[in-house]
Design a binder for this molecule. Structure first.
Ligand code: FAQ
Length: 319
């Protein structure tokens, strides 16, 4: 079959909402953009464990510690599903991780900010997981089968994460004046970086047009960001807190909240590796990789031994 014919079949599957599966023919550019996006998503989950991991030893009670441990463990699981989904596209996990460590592959800008107080753990759950869910609910309908299926389970877990974050802030918001201040301060610091998670404005988004045609993306960066603002602007009232944006205002005509402009210089600075914690985050990942070398080695020796044992057993059975 010619490439033109193969492409026609591929596009007709996209049109008919039939998922593209690993063994199906797909254009190289489709494969490349999926490897880019899914691997960056996987890296975000794994690097995203670091800011929260910082608080496991300092959570204010045993219950909070157990909940946070479970959440951070969930993020590791999400990373693993997503690394596996990337592998179905023909790239190795080793290469994907080398690309993270060399700085070639990106991960979400949000994880380059520090977690200064316990309230930050609440703000991450509520705002960061909240933003992640909106994006990921859309991705449950993405055109590549393994990515869409991974997203379904991930979304279920993320919605627990968001509620645990809101619960932390709810308790602080009803606490002492110091606890209320801590809650407001965390919201102030995490609000704008959370809005940046959705990526540049649609007009600046280099990948959106093609990704939308291929139904990898189903909603635009700005549409998702607006949905997030509308949701959080209401939820913050329940906390009796405010969002740090003087331009935030309900607009009767559009039936959406208007909001101020994001500091795009800060965004691109963080994306390019110059955020408050970029260096620290990559160093932590490289260290974990190096220190885990013996585990990978032991696991592959064990797997080889088991394979050899099974081959011998089969030989005996045949004989
Ligand atoms: N940070 O053309 P677009 C989570 C880059 S998971 C860094 O609009 P696209 C769970 C973008 O890669 C959070 N870079 O790109 C959790 C591109 O550069 P490239 C992660 C960003 O792909 C919670 C360039 O800018 N979620 O939080 C960012 O069409 C709590 C131009 O942008 C995902 O990864 C950014 N914020 O749209 C874990 C979801 N935004 O690659 C622990 C999957 C943009 O061409 C604790 N990804 N860039 O060199 C997506 O949906 C999309 O990739 C977007 C960006 C929407 C992020």
């Amino acid at each position: 079959m010619s490439v033109q014919e193969l492409e026609k079949i591929f596009l007709s599957k996209i049109d008919q909402e039939i998922k593209i599966e690993p063994k199906d023919w797909m254009p190289d550019a489709y494969r490349k953009t999926l490897v880019r996006q899914i691997s960056q998503h996987a890296h975000s989950e794994i690097v995203g464990m670091l800011p929260e991991g910082n608080w496991i030893g300092r959570a204010p009670s045993l219950k909070r510690k157990a909940i946070l441990l479970a959440k951070v463990q969930d993020e590791a699981g999400h990373g693993l599903y997503l690394y596996s989904a990337t592998e179905t596209l023909g790239t190795t996990r080793e290469q994907t991780i080398i690309d993270l460590h060399s700085g070639k592959a990106k991960y979400s800008s949000i994880f380059n900010y520090p977690t200064l107080t316990w309230a930050d753990i609440g703000a991450i759950g509520w705002l960061v997981d909240g933003a992640a869910i909106l994006n990921q609910v859309m991705l449950c309908r993405t055109s590549y089968g393994p990515y869409a299926r991974a997203m379904v389970r991930i979304c279920k877990e993320e919605s627990f994460h968001q509620r645990q974050g809101f619960d932390i802030l709810m308790v602080l918001s009803k606490g002492t004046p110091e606890q209320r201040d801590m809650c407001q301060d965390a919201i102030n610091r995490w609000w704008w970086p959370s809005l940046m998670m959705f990526g540049p404005h649609d007009s600046e988004s280099t990948n959106s047009e093609q990704s939308t045609k291929w139904k990898i993306k189903r909603m635009s960066n700005d549409e998702l960001r607006q949905k997030f603002v509308d949701m959080i602007a209401e939820q913050v009232k329940v906390l009796n807190m405010t969002l740090p944006d003087p331009h935030l205002k309900w607009n009767e005509q559009t039936s959406h909240y208007d909001f101020g402009e994001i500091n795009w210089t800060e965004f691109w600075n963080v994306v390019k590796g110059n955020g408050p914690c970029n260096k620290q985050r990559l160093e932590a990942r490289r260290k974990a990789w190096d220190e885990g070398a013996w585990v990978r080695e032991a696991a592959s020796v064990y797997a080889a031994k088991r394979k050899a044992r099974e081959a011998k057993k089969e030989e005996k059975q045949i004989a």
